[in-house]
Write a protein that binds this ligand. Structure first.
Ligand code: HEC
Length: 146
């Protein structure tokens, strides 16, 4: 787990487009995507809880968490390569690659907008962005997560 997160951190430092991780085994890929999704979700939830009034709004925490979520959401998709079926991933991912990639791109865009909103320090802007971002998670989970 520690080395997976270190790999994720390295990919972040290097810029995820340049540092496509490689995996020794399918199990490594599954662990990596689950770890990055989990850490992304922890950051996303912190912002969602503030937007939903379940946590006190703190602009600095919201900005940092949304920025981290926006970076982390770029990482899991490289770990859904050929032969990495498993975990809670639906086999449909490998049959409908274009649809899956489009859903990933949509979520990257929406969480990116959330990070821009959080940077303004406005809770209203965050509230406006959190719905579409959450919907982009759900759309993919409904289609591609078991
Ligand atoms: C493009 C598709 C897609 C999008 C977009 C997506 N997810 Fe997922 N998510 C998955 C799949 C597939 C899995 C199961 C991965 C596995 O088990 O191998 C998953 C698993 C997870 C998990 C479980 C990780 C673990 O601990 O095993 C969390 C948490 C999660 N997603 C949160 C989110 C949140 C929050 C968003 C939106 C900000 C999001 N996801 C967007 C496809 C997606």
């Amino acid at each position: 787990m520690r080395s997976l997160l270190a790999a994720a951190a390295l990919a972040l430092l290097a810029g995820s487009a340049l540092a496509q991780p490689t995996f020794a085994t399918p199990q490594d890929a599954i662990k990596y995507r689950q770890a990055t999704l989990k850490e992304m979700q922890q950051n996303f939830k912190r912002v969602a809880d503030m937007a939903g009034g379940r946590a006190e709004f703190d602009a600095k925490t919201a900005e940092a968490s949304a920025a981290r979520a926006a970076e982390l959401i770029k990482l899991p998709w490289a770990a859904f390569g050929p032969g990495t079926e498993g975990g809670k991933a639906s086999p449909a991912i490998w049959k409908e690659q274009d649809k899956f990639k489009a859903a990933a791109a949509k979520a990257e865009a929406e969480v990116g907008k959330l990070a821009v909103a959080a940077k303004t320090g406005s809770l209203d802007a965050i509230k406006a962005a959190i719905g579409p971002a959450g919907a982009s998670c759900k759309a993919c989970h409904d289609a591609f997560r078991e």
